[in-house]
Design a protein around this ligand. Sequence first.
Ligand code: SAH
Length: 280
Amino acid sequence: MSTALQQQIQQFYDASSSLWEQIWGEHMHHGYYGADGKIKKERRQAQIDLIEELLQWSGVQQAENILDVGCGIGGSSLYLAQKFNAKVTGITLSPVQASRAAERATEADLAAEASFQVADAQNMPFADNSFDLVWSLESGEHMPDKTKFMQECYRVLKPGGKFIMVTWCHRSTENEALTTDEKQHLADIYRVYCLPYVISLPEYEKIAQNLSLQNIHTADWSKAVAPFWDVVIDSAFNFEALVGLIRSGWGTIQAALSLGLMSRGYDRGLIKFGLLCGTK
Ligand code: SAH
């Protein structure tokens, strides 16, 4: 069953993915600029470094059967398939992304290893205990039911397998509730990027504990990734990007005009880049 939010997400990525790929490449996620965000590097390299740093942080050295939850156009999926010589399945809500990801797999000679389909992460069409690595890079923020999403990731994970989730969070509210102004700032981000709401990293950790995930680790990499948005803003204002934006429609234009929302969110400590990993 497709909800209004799911349709919005689908339309957002159907309309914006080819522009993103043309201007920024196949990875639709933050880059990594060193633990304190001070290292200057080329943007695509920073995105690849994020994947490598995540693998190192979570201790994943090999995988045979990977699920990429919220796969975009298969940036991580193909990278991981190649790196580990593994089978990868990617799911997305966007048919345009799924077919572009499959096309990219063929171009990279990975069609036998990587497959892509349109499916809802909160209700996945896979048997229990299917994958030894479940990877979700910046898709959790789109999920209306965070618990159902994590339950599903856990269900399809093989015993002994690893779950790695990286997602946009708001700051912890353990010591101080969100202010009206912070709530308004978050509402603006939700509207522009098609998010139902985000939660804090400690809240994600509690959900993971209730699932009986083992060896749970969390980390806040906000400092390491925050420079990403300034790099994106700089590159959004060239001629090619502007023409593409106009072609991609109002949703994409709004997202581009609002790039500053995320960097301001990091600056004031409201937005957090949260990591969680654990084993089944
Ligand atoms: N992980 C990718 C893409 C991140 S963009 C990358 O790093 O390049 C967010 C992705 O989450 C999109 O592909 C979007 O379709 C997907 N997504 C959002 N909600 C989803 C849901 N309920 N089920 C499956 N995929 C979802």
